[in-house]
Design a protein. Structure first.
Ligand code: SF4
Ligand code: SF4
Lengths: 135, 135
DNA sequence: ACAAAAAAAGACAAAAGTATCTAAAAGTCC
DNA sequence: GGACTTTTAGATACTTTTGTCTTTTTTTGT
């Protein structure tokens, strides 16, 4: 088990940060992103396809093809990426794994998880790839 | 992938909360805990064995045997359970999955993860099973 | 002593997640 | 048009986690 994000999400975040940091370069081939972000290229390629479907990336085939951002990077927030790759797991699901329990008649742990999850959601929602690239 | 804890940890937390809530009962058989916490009994048994090794639970075999707390439940904190079952993953490892990188020359995400992880560690460190049982 | 009950230990099975490989489709450049 | 490059799609393999099953060991109660 990874720490908080799935491996796919970890690789994607690392890769997208690399891409966002390179102001001069627009289009990236998967092998280049993979090398720069220390990710396995074939696996990263799969997750980039998901990000294309999710509207984060554009892709183009052929000689000068590759992946590029589908919109300005100050309009791409970390939560967008996490939502596409890891779903609502981190932002909605019960931390104790109960399938059909939310808010009504909460168990003792509920209030804690709420207090922890909300700042996480806030941070992911407020931070854009553009801001990540600056630091 | 579970939300933040492994399944083993989810089941353990749920089970221990059930046990802590029952002030009248000291010794619990695994099948009873499993039923009360909606966990698979054989799997829960395995994780309880880990908690015995970790010093959280005592176990006794035979007719009136079962599991009981190894120390007062106001001295058992959630972080103790998480540390035994999930290791340092949540409290120390890099959220982006980089193996050998901590604090020195941090990447753009580092500061965010620190700001999120610390409240999590604090909450888990401050909350005891006794407090969990009250609510 | 004996039978029953419980945890302990280990083997095993199933599922999910991660990673690689191959062939196909589409675009670029000459 | 043809060679080449890149994504896309699908198949496949590996690994880890999760879950089950069986046997053994220990204790209790009769
Ligand atoms: S009340 Fe407890 S079991 Fe229900 S969603 Fe909240 S943490 Fe999960
Ligand atoms: S600096 Fe970035 S890569 Fe390094 S431990 Fe922190 S979050 Fe992980």
């Amino acid at each position: 088990m990874a720490v908080v994000f799935s491996r796919a999400c970890e690789y994607a975040l690392r890769g997208l940060i690399v891409m966002a940091k390179a102001k001069d370069r627009e289009v990236w081939r998967v092998p280049d992103v993979a090398e720069e972000s220390n990710s396995p290229a074939p696996f990263l390629a799969k997750t980039f396809q998901q990000l294309v479907k999710g509207g984060i990336l554009n892709s183009s085939k052929g000689r000068r093809g590759g992946f590029s951002f589908a919109r300005p990077i100050d309009e791409i927030f970390l939560i967008d990426i996490v939502n596409i790759l890891d779903g609502q797991r981190l932002t909605y699901d019960c931390a104790l794994g109960m399938p059909d329990c939310h808010d009504e008649n909460p168990c003792p742990f509920h209030v804690h998880w709420r207090r922890i999850r909300q700042p996480l959601i806030d941070a992911l929602s407020e931070e854009s790839l553009a801001q990540m690239a600056k630091k």
